[in-house]
Design a protein around this ligand. Structure first.
Ligand SMILES: Cc1cc2nc3c(=O)[nH]c(=O)nc-3n(C[C@H](O)[C@H](O)[C@H](O)COP(=O)(O)OP(=O)(O)OC[C@H]3O[C@@H](n4cnc5c(N)ncnc54)[C@H](O)[C@@H]3O)c2cc1C
Length: 332
């Protein structure tokens, strides 16, 4: 294996895989490095919104939901969605994306390799030192590349049960009194159900979030006795994607939505845009600008909700009633 590459992509999540795919068949030598032995699995509810519509993923492995039961406390709102939400297992997404770059001449893939440190033109890994012209930090919310760049983070948390049973309905629940501006979900997948809570740890402790989740599941008659319990961070503080010869994409760039925890679409878009920028430094990142506006709009809404915490219940009641209207959904 060579130890010098034009581009090293650190992390084979959706951001890194998409970035590598976009660099496929260029005259750039690319090394994609992943610490895990298996590409794909990640603590995630696997929900895909319309923001992923332009991307290729295994649609036959998804479940489509056109309806959503929203709960504010115990009150239920049935919402028919203009744009369906799909669920897709992260192993399936990762493996599918991997097939797009496997056996590509200019791309080498190194799994089971931890990057231990970053310098301006090289990285040190458990399999030696590799030099780069460009480095892409697509290494998630605890990014070592972001740390090297000295950027701060804003971490939100997600906890979830993976319940070994499929429930039929997609549910979201809000509970401002206990979850503050956080929310919970029940996302059925083909072979299991993800049920969790996404929240700002500034306002809520993990144990409390778990307690609220348990209560919601108990009330819905969802059995989580044999479930696996897990949790992870989502970095929501965006500071840019380009820092000289070093780029950031996905959660490493702080692109996860603080409002919803959605990050897959942002990871795919930014991974693609970073690759285009490396290929052509004059590339205008219009797709990124578009999703950034969406993220910032959501984050601002959340900020507002946090500031008017006492009125959240009433505002959410109005919001959920409006959400039943397809016109309001389009505006949103
Ligand atoms: C509980 C929870 C639920 C979520 N649900 C959803 C959802 O329903 N829909 C949605 O869109 N988003 C969801 N998200 C967010 C989503 O998971 C992320 O935004 C998305 O995975 C970001 O992709 P990424 O490629 O940037 O990073 P990641 O998917 O985190 O990939 C980073 C990769 O880098 C590797 N890596 C990290 N450090 C190193 C290192 N030092 N050396 C080598 N490799 C390294 C990791 O192993 C990993 O494979 C959820 C997050 C959480 C925590």
């Amino acid at each position: 294996m060579k130890n010098q590459y034009d581009v090293i992509v650190l992390g084979a999540g959706p951001a890194g895989l998409k970035c590598a795919e976009e660099l496929k068949n260029t005259n750039l030598s690319v090394l994609l490095i992943e610490k895990n032995k298996i590409i794909g699995p990640k603590i995630c509810a696997g929900g895909l919104t319309q923001l992923t519509d332009g991307f290729d993923y295994p649609k036959d492995k998804t479940i489509i939901f056109n309806k959503l039961d929203m709960f504010l406390g115990t009150k239920k709102y049935e919402i028919s969605m203009n744009h369906p939400i799909r669920t897709l297992d992260r192993y399936e997404l990762g493996q599918y994306m991997l097939t797009k770059i496997k056996k590509t001449k200019n791309i080498s893939i190194l799994k089971d390799t931890l990057v231990k440190s970053v310098e301006k033109d090289k990285i040190k890994t458990t399999r030696g030192t590799f030099h780069f012209k460009y480095l892409v930090g697509a290494d998630g919310s605890a990014s070592i590349v972001r740390k090297y760049l000295g950027l701060e983070n804003k971490i939100y948390l997600g906890i979830q049960y993976i319940i070994p049973k499929q429930y039929d309905k997609m549910k979201w629940f809000l509970n401002p009194k206990h979850l503050h501006s956080g929310y919970g979900w029940v996302f059925p997948h083909k072979k299991y159900t993800s049920a969790g809570v996404f929240f700002n740890p500034k306002f809520l402790k993990v144990d409390k979030a778990k307690e609220v989740l348990n209560k919601f599941l108990d009330d819905c008659g969802i059995d989580y006795k044999n479930a696996t319990y897990e949790g992870g961070p989502a970095n929501c503080l965006y500071k840019g994607i380009e820092f000289g010869n070093i780029f950031l994409a996905g959660d490493a760039a702080g692109l996860a939505s603080a409002a919803t925890g959605e990050g897959i679409s942002f990871a795919l878009t930014s991974g693609k845009e970073v690759a285009k920028k490396i290929i052509n430094p004059n590339h205008k990142t219009l797709e990124l600008d578009k999703i950034l506006k969406i993220k910032q709009k959501g984050d601002k809404r959340l900020d507002f909700m946090d500031r008017v915490h006492l009125f959240q219940n009433i505002l959410l009641r109005i919001y959920l009633n409006l959400l039943k209207s397809s016109k309001f959904q389009s505006w949103l």
